[in-house]
Design a protein around this ligand. Sequence first.
Ligand code: HEM
Ligand code: HEM
Length: 217
Amino acid sequence: MTNLKNSIHSMQIDDSKIISSDMRDVPVWDLLVRLFHWTLVAAFFIAYITEEDFMTLHSWAGYTIIGLLVIRIVWGFIGTKHARFADFVFTRKDIVQFLKDTFALKAKRYLGHNPAGGAMVILLMLSLVVTTISGLVIFGIEESQGPLAGWVSGLGHFWEEVFEGVHEFFANFTLFLVFIHVAGVLLESLIHGENLVAAMVSGKKISDNGHHEEKLK
Ligand code: HEM
Ligand code: HEM
């Protein structure tokens, strides 16, 4: 009995050691952000590879992206701490300084998006907005389908060509941004010795400053 008590006591001591440690997991990305991210990745690649040959799949992947963007933009105002725009929109000066520090391999670590990552999130979202809206316009002109058909189906061949050019350019520009985005994620992971991709799956990161965020508010 005494042995059992002793062992329970030592387990409690061990637990408290872990809990009071300055290196522990803290919640950073909520479930909505994680679902948004990985659904967006899948829908983007489906839309990109299907293009005009599989129009039904292409347009549904595109609609999924529009829905995701609307939800994420609203969540950017009312969501949890690191999901809010206010947490990751920095000044141009901060972004430039952060990039300089990154290339000098001495960039500061951020629990949420760093200044360059935050700017990239905004760029990716804007580029996706232009890609999807131009897609809806072409869909309306060519097929007289989709939510914009009533407004755009009368537009002639000239505008069809213009929006096709815009759509193709921004689809490729988004892909280009994605390459830089993933390169940035890998570089920051290397500099700080942490796996940012795994954090976007689990939602958790290690807090190393003793400043714990118990709950995502
Ligand atoms: C397989 C390739 C990808 C990987 C490994 C990846 C990884 C990540 C990671 C780790 C983050 C969090 C960055 C941080 O710690 O600050 C992130 C955020 C983000 N990524 Fe990706 N990403 C990929 C593809 C994409 C694609 C294709 C898009 C869009 C077309 C995208 C859009 C975004 C956005 C919008 C965020 C911000 C998430 C939020 O705050 O809601 N990513 N990504
Ligand atoms: C981010 C999401 C999207 C991506 C990455 C994407 C990508 C592409 C690409 C690469 C093409 C081929 C362009 C060319 O070579 O001419 C294409 C064509 C097309 N897309 Fe999208 N698209 C997206 C969203 C949408 C949406 C939401 C719609 C409408 C519902 C749409 C409708 C179309 C149409 C009608 C074409 C055929 C254009 C033509 O006739 O040349 N797309 N898309």
